[in-house]
Design a protein around this ligand. Structure first.
Ligand SMILES: [Zn+2]
Length: 157
């Protein structure tokens, strides 16, 4: 398969099953640490706004990716937004059918710029419509670990 060929079936991709023993330490960095700490401890979603160009980032950043300006402070956002696009996944990576379809959406989050990929939960594919309002669903506080999986997914607002 050439590099420019379009892959239309996920079973055409090369993959292997197994485990690779890798030890690593990942740090969130200054901006993401604020985000994940607030998510874990307070159940808050933090964004940040560039004081120069006005771009608002979710999750929060400490530097603007547009104009490289330093960003101090954060602002809380609801996490609610509008579904821009979505895809319904019926197959697992090995080509076998999923027990229930999984829906991945692209959400334009209120008060932020850009869009984010999210999992849609508690929704039947036939109920999903572009333009529908979504809201985040967080794990209960005692189950949160300070990682992205503390957000269980997004559901109809
Ligand atoms: Zn900026």
């Amino acid at each position: 398969m050439g590099l420019t060929e379009r892959i239309e079936r996920n079973v055409d991709l090369s993959y292997f099953e197994g485990r690779i023993p890798v030890n690593y330490l990942y740090t969130y960095g200054l901006g993401f640490e604020k985000f994940f700490r607030a998510l874990k401890e307070e159940g808050k979603l933090l964004a940040s706004k560039c004081p120069r160009c006005g771009t608002t980032y979710f999750p929060c950043r400490v530097f603007c990716e547009q104009c490289f300006c330093e960003i101090e402070g954060t602002l809380g956002v609801s996490g609610e937004g509008t579904l821009y696009s979505y895809s319904v996944c019926h197959l697992n990576m090995d080509g076998s059918p999923k027990k229930t379809p999984e829906v991945v959406g692209l959400i334009e989050m209120d008060g932020t710029d850009g869009a984010k990929f999210v999992h849609l939960i508690d929704a039947q594919p036939e109920e999903i419509q572009i333009g529908m309002r979504l809201k985040p669903v967080l794990k209960p506080k005692k189950e949160r670990n300070g990682d992205i999986f503390d957000i269980k997914g997004f559901k109809k607002a």
